[in-house]
Design a protein around this ligand. Structure first.
Ligand code: KMH
Ligand code: ZN
Length: 275
């Protein structure tokens, strides 16, 4: 059994700083959080950024500065979100790659997202996929529903392997409108993935623990962070992203699958080593 790739998603686009004061929204807060999470066992940081008013933004200048600051301050793999917020238009989401990240998220289909809709129609998905190939940015396929797995198969069949040559997916479970965050659904989704693909899983909100325990048991990897979970335990808000990584790392060690260091994660995901 291999080690465990731990991704931290520290901010997201949905939670507000007012409701979650521990959410990192400035560049300094993000870099501090990323450093703590790396020390706790994370290898990848999945990044959404905020503007001066702590609102989600896809500003390419800010994204470029963020990539540079995370590279200067950590050894983490920098994975930018191309999902953004549900209100972000497709052209701005494609332009995220102009910031030159190591990796990016690539969601494989539209999904109801609470009262909103997270739009990922096929023409956008295939354009984004081809852009990742052109720019050699390694995609992580975000799968919110079983239908997204079918779209992943179609992408690979029509356009070939991703940059880096390895298919790594993230099962995003428990979103209201997406697949359930339970072990039966996790097993079904993992079984449907392309041969040779590896996968992480994250459970939104109260599904975080069942999904994490199920993923470790099924040979999967882990994503945690305040993008997905704002409550550490019943009635106790998350104090720092690092405590979510610490808990994931502890469970991974108990499962005899210790956290994967960033350098090993680079070769695992097909991301070139840092010069
Ligand atoms: N904020 C969600 C609408 C991604 O980062 O690629 C989409 C999301 C997925 O978070
Ligand atoms: Zn995200």
């Amino acid at each position: 059994m291999t080690s465990t790739l731990i991704t931290v998603a520290p901010t997201g686009a949905e939670a507000s700083k007012a409701a979650a004061p521990a959410l990192p929204v400035t560049l300094d807060e993000l870099v501090v959080a990323a450093k703590e999470c790396e020390a706790a066992g994370a290898a990848v940081v999945h990044v959404h950024i905020r503007d001066g008013a702590a609102q989600p933004t896809l500003d390419v200048g800010r994204l470029t500065d963020t990539v540079a600051a995370l590279r200067a301050g950590t050894g983490l793999i920098v994975q930018l979100s191309t999902g953004g917020a549900v209100t972000d238009p497709f052209d701005r989401r494609l332009a995220v790659l102009d910031a030159g990240p190591d990796a990016c998220s690539l969601t494989c289909g539209t999904v109801n997202f609470g009262d909103d809709v997270f739009m990922n129609p096929w023409p956008f998905v295939k354009d984004l996929y081809q852009l990742t190939q052109e720019r050699q940015v390694v995609p992580e396929f975000e799968l919110f529903d079983l239908g997204h797995v079918a779209t992943l198969h179609r992408l690979l069949a029509e356009f070939g392997p991703p940059a880096g040559g390895h298919v790594h997916c993230d099962l995003v479970m428990g979103v209201p409108g997406g697949m359930a965050g339970d072990v039966a659904t996790l097993a079904a989704a993992a079984a449907a993935l392309p041969a040779g693909a590896t996968w992480s899983a994250t459970g939104i909100g109260r599904t975080t623990l069942p999904v994490m325990l199920g993923a470790l048991g099924a040979g999967g990897h882990l994503r945690v962070g305040m993008e997905d979970t704002l409550t550490f335990s019943r009635g106790r808000p998350v104090a720092r992203n690092a405590e979510l990584v610490e808990r994931a790392a502890e469970l991974a060690r108990l499962a005899q699958r210790p956290p994967m260091p960033p350098a090993e994660a680079r070769s695992f995901l097909g991301i070139p080593a840092r010069p």
